[in-house]
Design a protein. Sequence first.
Length: 94
Amino acid sequence: MKPDIKFLFAHPAHFIACGFGSGLSPVAPGTAGTLVAWLLFPLIKPYFSDAGFLAFLVAAFVVGVFAARRSGRDLGVADHARRTCPCVGIARNH
């Protein structure tokens, strides 16, 4: 199964696991997810201290793992190429 816009909004986990829609990019979905992370970083970081930001990233990672697991189960593929995790890109920006 190839995820589409209907799949993206069928469950919140799909929206998260597909990088807020960036994973639906027909070209380089992982790169699109990184671009989303770069855009989100300056919007999120000012609200946190360094320790708070680390806690946010840990929480985002945990949520991302569960979201990826759910979307993988619904897609019938354990590691689909369309799943991206912007929290990893956000952590790289720090």
